[in-house]
Design a protein around this ligand. Structure first.
Ligand code: ZN
Length: 100
């Protein structure tokens, strides 16, 4: 497994609303800090690029390889075409490529 490092592009899983008005979705995010350098898939700080604005979050835990995506966690991006707008996140069982 890859080690997250500063500037890497990852996905952040947004929280859905309890009433279901908004589903949990993948958001683009850039790693801004690494909590435990040298650790594989540890917690990181993220700049999350939402369609309507940016937000910054620290100590975001990794979702876990093959685990169901949970709101408020990060993961490596899925392969292109496998996640057309978040509805598929619960069906995914494997992590995507870890980038260059
Ligand atoms: Zn994703």
């Amino acid at each position: 497994m890859a080690e997250p490092n500063i500037g890497r592009s990852v996905h952040y899983t947004s929280f859905g609303t309890p009433g279901g008005e908004y589903e949990s979705e993948c958001r683009a995010a850039i790693v801004t800090e690494v909590d435990e350098p040298g650790t594989t898939n540890g917690a990181v700080g993220l700049a999350v690029l939402n369609p309507t604005g940016l937000f910054f979050n620290r100590h975001v835990p990794y979702a876990g390889n093959g685990q169901r995506r949970r709101g408020g966690t990060w993961h490596w991006p899925e392969p292109a075409g496998s996640n057309p707008y978040g509805a598929a996140i619960d069906r995914l069982t494997a992590d995507g490529p870890t980038g260059p």
